[in-house]
Design a protein around this ligand. Sequence first.
Ligand SMILES: CC(C)=CCC/C(C)=C/COP(=O)(O)O
Length: 309
Amino acid sequence: MPSPRRNVEGRPLGASASSSSSGGGGGGPGSPTHGGGGGGSSSSSSSSSSRFEFQSLLGSRGSGADPTCARLRLSESPVHRRGSFPLAGAGPSQAPPPPLPEEDRMDLNPSFLGIALRSLLAIDLWLSKKLGVCAGESSSWGSVRPLMKLLEISGHGIPWLLGTLYCLSRSDSWAGREVLMNLLFALLLDLLLVALLKGLVRRRRPAHNQMDMFFTLSVDKYSFPSGHATRAALVSRFILNHLVLAIPLRVLVVLWAFILGLSRVLLGRHNVTDVAFGFLMGYMQYSIVDYCWLSPHNAPLLFALWNQQ
Ligand SMILES: CC(C)=CCC/C(C)=C/COP(=O)(O)O
């Protein structure tokens, strides 16, 4: 005599559909309510086999069902899907579940990536909170806060833009104008790209940050990436490549960029990853500026206009 057909928890399907809260008819992982688009198939599960119910879950992926739920089930019980162990209470007559389609097997990998990313973010939040020692006047390093805020202004966009425009207006050599014109282009490009990315990512600033920054744009309520860090990396790479400086001054430029980035975390303005990514982004932005270098040859109009003034 064939054994009764059961659901994944080993309950006889016909008997449990209406009475059990965790079987095929209840709110458990295999239920139609949880299964979204698979509900149509599963609601008739009282008369079908557990294999059919199982297949309906896989099938729901392609039928507009909630893909999150489908993925959840796959990662919850990978052993069942591989057929390595018999289901609890499954009868000997039950056929082994079909092998996973390739796309479903690959779906298991992002969860490992997700776990790794979530762990990194947790470490980031924990470390950033620990390092936010100047976040307020009453913080452990609160007395250094004014110095950190001075550093903040040294990397702000306004002084850099105004300073570059002023130097451009005073410059009397073509070579000087060319470099300053490109610095202006670099600063504007940086502002644009950072604003775009901040608006896209929309990561909130750390909870311990006091929003008392000097002149911000609306996107500056977001923290990823740090605009000060991108500017610090971009400007310092620019200066090192286009200004002839003695070694101690070169070291000072690099130190300034590094301490400016660090100060963003100490002030509680940013998480560590905002600053780390900001440094990387600023470094790469310089490569764009270098590649598109404006000169009287490739932007004659710009320089001719300047000559008219
Ligand atoms: C208004 C102008 C010209 C620049 C805004 C500069 C600014 C406030 C950037 C934000 O930096 P963080 O992302 O490091 O906090």
